[in-house]
Ligand binder design. Structure first.
Ligand SMILES: Nc1ncnc2c1ncn2[C@@H]1O[C@H](COP(=O)(O)OP(=O)(O)OP(=O)(O)O)[C@@H](O)[C@H]1O
Ligand SMILES: [Mg+2]
Length: 375
């Protein structure tokens, strides 16, 4: 089977796993199916306890599923029917979990070489090959200058990259990343998010990423699977999930937003960018390192925009109401801003008929910068 023309590296089919808790059956994973095509990153997104880590542990072979099958490159590594259960080290998987489990008594080189040195004899490489492999992988994650540095003397971001190097050194077919950024402070987290994404794209890594942070999921992923109570409620492109939530849970968990293509005009002091979209210009705070001219997507939540009658002179975002919809406790206006449709959600006391000129104001921190959409 193919996925948009690309053969999947990972196929998870009807995966189920229960735990018994005080004699009660907890369905941690309940009939979960998804595929990850080569070179793409899929995120499992959902609230605490929805089954993300259990799904990852099943894929890694650290947990034995009750039912379902898992294929890697078309080869079954688990099949409840056929009683196949390949051991974790033979699945071709690299893992980075929340606690990186970096060895504090080892330096960067030793940490990275560790998985190669403890590999079972039949898989073990010679000393010289190990050295070459470690050197290559440290170069890829830009830690090659720090090989002799004790692991404890690295910054949070460098430790993160070391954990990644250690997962990559085995040349896995798939990388499993379970909340790898949750130990970092907010700023570093945003930087690392982009860095990790760029690395994943540049190296063409196939990865499953876990987070409960929806902004992170949107920024990182080609596909997002939104999980709730052990099930996938919706699987799709970030934009689809944001704009067309399939269930009430998804709508509530993700919220809704406009996605506007744009590009970076300039970098402003204090960690913000001036971004130009067809609808107008916006200042958007972002810690990421983006170049002038770089294509981006601006996500603006519907409820972060206020609408006023009349075209205020000089206001950047002026347009004409194209449609409106009553939603009970809120009202949506769709506004045509120079050919771009922008959806605005607000208080039902403000209801403006189609055809009326209006001015839109976007709340400070109401917009988020995402990488430009792929393909
Ligand atoms: N070893 C276990 N024994 C009993 N119950 C477990 C075990 N592991 C997980 N569970 C339960 O299974 C459910 C799913 O847990 P899981 O760790 O997969 O959630 P998660 O989505 O990763 O959550 P978080 O975002 O908090 O990490 C939870 O109800 C959890 O309490
Ligand atoms: Mg978890």
């Amino acid at each position: 089977m193919t996925f948009e023309g690309v053969a999947p590296v990972l196929q998870v089919t009807d995966l189920a796993k229960s735990f018994s808790d005080d004699g009660k059956d907890v369905r941690a994973v309940d009939s979960v199916s998804f595929e990850v095509p080569a070179g793409t990153l899929l995120t499992l997104l959902g609230p605490s306890g929805c089954g993300k880590t259990t799904t990852m542990r099943c894929i890694a072979g650290l947990e034995r599923p009750d039912a379902g099958s898992i294929h890697i490159d078309g080869r079954p590594v688990f099949d409840s029917g056929g009683r196949i259960n390949v051991s974790p080290q033979d699945r071709g998987i690299g893992m980075v979990f929340q606690s990186y489990a970096i060895w504090p008594h080892m330096n960067v080189y030793q940490n990275t070489a560790f998985p190669l040195e403890v590999a079972q004899r039949r898989n073990r490489l010679g000393k010289r090959e190990i050295r070459q492999r470690v050197h290559d992988v440290l170069e890829r994650v830009q830690l090659d200058g720090l090989a002799r540095r004790p692991a404890t003397d690295l910054s949070g971001g460098q430790q993160q990259r070391l954990a990644l190097a250690r997962a990559l050194v085995m040349e896995p077919r798939i990388l499993l990343l379970d909340e790898p950024l949750s130990n970092l402070d907010a700023n570093l987290r945003e930087d690392m998010r982009l860095e990790l994404k760029q690395l994943q794209r540049r190296l063409g890594l196939t990865a499953v990423y876990v987070t409960h942070d929806q902004a992170e999921a949107l920024a990182m992923s080609k596909y997002v699977a939104v999980m709730n109570n052990g099930r996938i409620e919706q699987l799709g492109r970030p934009r689809e999930i944001y704009e067309r939530p399939a269930t009430a849970f998804v709508a509530e968990f993700i919220g809704t937003a406009n996605f506007l293509p744009g590009h970076i005009v300039s970098r402003e002091p204090g960690g913000a960018y001036l971004v130009s979209c067809a609808a107008g210009r916006l200042f958007i705070p972002a810690a990421a390192d983006l170049a002038v001219g770089e294509a981006v997507t601006v996500a603006v939540r519907h409820e972060q925009i206020t609408i006023e009658k009349g075209a205020a002179p000089g206001a950047a975002w002026t347009g004409v109401v194209a449609a409106r919809a009553y939603l009970g406790e809120a009202i949506d206006h769709v506004v045509d801003v120079g050919g771009t449709r922008v959806r605005v959600r607000g208080n039902p006391a403000i209801s403006i008929p189609p055809g009326t000129p209006v001015t839109l104001t976007i709340a400070e921190h109401g917009a988020t910068l995402l990488p430009a959409e792929e393909g």
